[in-house]
Design a protein around this ligand. Sequence first.
Ligand SMILES: Cc1cc2nc3c(=O)[nH]c(=O)nc-3n(C[C@H](O)[C@H](O)[C@H](O)COP(=O)(O)OP(=O)(O)OC[C@H]3O[C@@H](n4cnc5c(N)ncnc54)[C@H](O)[C@@H]3O)c2cc1C
Length: 415
Amino acid sequence: MRIAVLGAGVIGITTAYQLMRDGHAVTVIDRESEAANFTSFGNAGLVTPGHAYAWASPRAPGMMLRSLYRGDQAIRLRPKLDLRQWRWTVGFLRQCTAERARENTINKTRLCRYSQAVLGEVVAATGVTYDRREGGILYFYRSPQSFEPAAAKADLLRSQGVEIQALDRAAAIARDPGLGAAANQIAGALFVPTDESGDCRKFTQGLAKVCADQGVVFRWHTKLTGLEAAGGEIARVLTDSAPVIADAYVVCLGVYAPHLLGPLGIHLPIYPVKGYSLTIPATDVSALPRHGGVDEDNLLAYCPMGNRLRVTATAEIAGYSNAYTPSDFAVMTERAKKLFPTGLDYARATHWAGLRPMTPTGMPVIDRSPYPNLWLNAGHGHIGWTMANGSARVLADLIAQRQPAIDQAGMRYGG
Ligand SMILES: Cc1cc2nc3c(=O)[nH]c(=O)nc-3n(C[C@H](O)[C@H](O)[C@H](O)COP(=O)(O)OP(=O)(O)OC[C@H]3O[C@@H](n4cnc5c(N)ncnc54)[C@H](O)[C@@H]3O)c2cc1C
């Protein structure tokens, strides 16, 4: 089949790769000049089934409410005159019951674990390199009041097959001596030995090259402007240059998927949740943490990537702007300096902000749309690097009319 993949982030490129492997003639279309130039550019790099909790939880509404008058909340609502934002927020709040949070977490964990296994296969088959670091991720807590409930909550992920070790301060520092300077900030940690990390952008660009070498066609600098339907199917995709005609189309447009699909009456519950990212060159790589991790009380993620440290923070429900100013990074830079005071050149840090394509459940939509030749693979939220390879495999299996290897619960269109 001729298949057009719309979008060249980590989701589009992994999808193109799996479809190419199935023998399809694939064309990838993106307005950027290369792969992973939008949300997949500067994420935290954590491949983390051990952090697959749904963001919509009984604690989230209080955080969102407090964020209206306090700047220190992990999830921040910045209300806009934007109907999409209000619809999404209502949908998110509906998912905030204990029962929905549990079910969404179980669905996410299933997809994350499967996806990590597929990532391993893809790396073995292609040899793509991306500053991969296996051997675990450490999630640490600053007080017994935050650590103890988190250690108890981990039973849910354990029940889904994720190994999670609870460590006291000394054991956490022994596990990662790179946190030594921060020892007095740590009350306890959860260590997930099977989690891993790596540079999502490098991976995506490496895989795009593998795809190009094996015949996938890339149309860069091409803005998608619409999908044209005829006779109940998609007839062609319109762009700011020539239209593209294929037998099937896969939408992998992250936060912009609803924009292209809305005019067809396909409404995906995806809204941007903004985050900020710093990449700090190391002057002494031996001072970098051994493992990626999360400072859970501040929701500050960090990840050693070769001779750099990536640090990300913040979840702002604030519309489609990915603009930033230096002041947006002040608090996270101070926190990073307290955790990792030596061996890093903070003066040469590079800055970035990205828009997580969040659904209220935290699960992506991976399914056929009401148009039989139009497929959806979008809405991977805060954990799309982790979910990408498995999502792509599920989508390719659906197109091939094969039973996917995992249950599709939570990823169906409209359900
Ligand atoms: C701060 C931050 C930290 C994160 N940390 C992690 C992490 O540690 N682990 C993890 O698993 N995930 C993480 N994520 C989430 C992850 O980065 C995303 O889920 C993932 O990158 C989404 O990929 P995507 O391909 O769906 O979207 P994108 O990367 O945004 O790709 C969509 C593509 O569509 C293109 N496009 C859009 N509209 C058009 C159009 N009209 N015409 C042509 N092209 C178009 C864009 O140019 C883009 O290339 C993080 C995200 C952020 C923001």
